[in-house]
Ligand binder design. Structure first.
Ligand code: OAD
Length: 247
């Protein structure tokens, strides 16, 4: 584990006095579990695939089989992945702090697997399915299918329960995330490029309410210059070190 550096101690000190903490995570928190991010220039999903062909309602209407197969491929990769040291340390923080709200843009369920009790999933969860017409969740077994099954009640296609480009976020989850961000005293953004709204807007919301803003990311992002605390390192190194420094 990385030895406590000054920035780790600063974040640990901020957590020690925080009464209402929000952690906002993105694809980078799962990178060390082997799940590709979206915007990495080499391995990112959007460097290799066109979002317009795979992650929009229009793409699904045009070619449901292609979209389904792409999600089945991602599901297989996610099923083989395990929570990493960052997921585990964030779950441990959740048990340690007076109030931690975990908001994620990830659809992989790894925070829950690591033991985080309540996770606000802004972009849905790839492991769930719902009817594309009625939106009702279904537990129909889709393993090994190469085309989308039909909804048993209305016959429309079943789709993954994720948010596609051009679709609204689940309103209650977005509202709960915005309420938490607008009422926190410390927001930590981890592994997100902070380019996608409305998720990235939570940072501005927290800052305008007077919260401190910490960023954990090996790369600079659009919001790095606004950070009060910057941990320019992988989440899997940063969080266990912060946890150790808190003890
Ligand atoms: P991005 O791929 O845009 O950004 C991932 C971020 O993680 C980058 O800033 C990396 O520098 C950082 N990163 C990489 N490895 C890391 C590590 N080990 N530890 C910490 N950070 C690391 O992913 P998101 O910001 O999550 O939406 O993307 C937001 C949304 O855009 C996604 O939820 C998805 C995508 O289109 C939908 O599909 C609706």
């Amino acid at each position: 584990m990385r030895r406590a550096g000054p920035e780790i101690d600063v974040l640990a000190a901020a957590l020690r006095v925080s009464r209402r903490t929000v952690v906002l995570t993105g694809a980078g928190v799962s990178a060390e579990s082997g799940i590709p991010t979206f915007r990495d220039p080499q391995d990112g999903l959007w460097a290799r695939y066109r979002a317009e062909d795979l992650a929009t309602p229009e793409a699904f209407a045009r070619d449901p089989r292609l979209v389904w197969q792409w999600y089945q491929w991602r599901r297989e990769a996610i099923a083989a992945a395990k929570p990493n040291a960052a997921h585990l340390a964030i779950a441990a923080l959740d048990r340690l702090l007076p109030s931690l709200v975990l908001v994620t843009q990830n659809v992989d369920g790894l925070h829950q697997q690591a033991g985080s009790r309540s996770v606000l999933e802004l972009h849905g969860n790839i492991l769930r399915n719902r009817c594309s017409r009625e939106n009702r969740l279904t537990d129909i077994d889709t393993r090994g299918t190469s085309k989308p099954p039909r909804c048993p009640s209305c016959g429309a296609y079943i789709r993954p329960d994720v948010v596609w480009f051009g679709e609204p976020l689940p309103p209650q989850i977005l509202a709960a995330s915005q309420a938490a961000a607008g009422n926190c005293d410390l927001l930590i953004a981890v592994g997100t490029s902070s380019m996608v709204m409305p998720a990235a807007g939570l940072i501005a919301l927290a800052r305008s309410a007077g919260a401190r803003f910490a960023e954990v990311n090996p790369q600079e992002t659009l919001v790095s210059s606004q950070a009060d605390i910057s941990l320019r390192m992988p989440a899997g190194e940063a969080f266990p070190a912060v946890l150790a420094a808190l003890d």
